[in-house]
Design a protein around this ligand. Structure first.
Ligand code: FAD
Ligand code: ZN
Length: 220
């Protein structure tokens, strides 16, 4: 859809990886649709994942005792922080049932109070409520391992903190995740199919309804 702004937050070190290919497919397809696509390639940017007092420009609100959440909130209000967050997609390998540290650092530092949420403006009234998020990631474990009753548990348990705790908390609506299970352990042919399926999904992405992001979606 023309005019849509898409931010791809990409966290993989290797352009030749499957995640690298998934990212390329998304950039091509979404650009072809007329979206304006921006990629934050976190490793290439040497993105700083640590949330430190360097994130606050100028004087601290309380220089006696540093509180990152309060300081970034205050700094945001006086225009001291980055506000380049737009619609987003996330591409990354699953690390320890979560996202890579560099991407978690992006969340920690970008989604500050005042910009993304400001109690009681959270969940459905979070400040980013006109935006959509989609988590695209790969796993080491197979689909069977991540099935309900499988040894790793339902993959949806893993998504709870990312989709509900972070995105929904900030008001962002969540599209169904896109998961490529165990690309390292399937055939070349299967991997090609994964990329085709992703390209295919992107063609009708903007017609999709967000998931019902409530505890039932994850744990029922
Ligand atoms: P790659 O190994 O880069 O890709 C697989 C293959 O696809 C490669 O041979 C590549 O050449 C090939 N390929 C690339 N492009 C194409 C193309 N266009 N067509 C065909 N083939 C192509 N996994 C879990 O399940 N749970 C965990 O908790 C977990 N924790 C981890 C923690 C750490 C610190 C690390 C390092 C890994 C962890 N893993 C875990 C595994 C990790 O999720 C997988 O290794 C990762 O998802 C694989 O994706 P990749 O893009 O790196 O694959
Ligand atoms: Zn939710």
């Amino acid at each position: 859809m023309a005019g849509r702004k898409v931010l791809i937050v990409y966290a993989h070190q290797e352009p030749k990886s499957l995640n690298g290919s998934l990212k390329r497919v998304a950039v091509e397809e979404l650009s072809k649709q007329g979206c304006s696509v921006t990629v934050s390639d976190l490793y290439a940017m040497h993105f700083e994942p640590r949330a430190t007092r360097n994130d606050i420009v100028g004087c601290l609100h309380n220089s006696e005792e540093f509180n990152y959440g309060v300081e970034t909130w205050e700094a945001y209000k006086r225009g001291g922080l980055s506000n380049d967050l737009i619609e987003e997609q996330k591409k990354f390998p699953l690390y320890w049932f979560s996202m890579p540290a560099i991407m978690k650092g992006w969340m920690d530092r970008v989604l500050v109070q005042g910009f993304a949420h400001e109690f009681p403006n959270c969940y459905d009234s979070g400040l980013l409520k006109d935006k959509l998020a989609l988590f695209s990631f790969t796993t080491g474990g197979s689909r069977e391992m991540y099935a309900k009753g499988g040894i790793s548990g339902d993959i949806r348990y893993v998504l709870w903190p990312m989709q509900h705790g972070i995105m929904h908390f900030c008001g962002v609506k969540v599209l169904a995740p896109h998961i490529c299970f165990a690309p390292e352990y399937v055939s070349e042919e299967k991997r090609k199919e994964m990329l085709i399926a992703w390209a295919h999904r992107l063609k009708t992405l903007w017609k999709e309804e967000p998931i019902n992001c409530s505890p039932e979606w994850y744990f029922k």
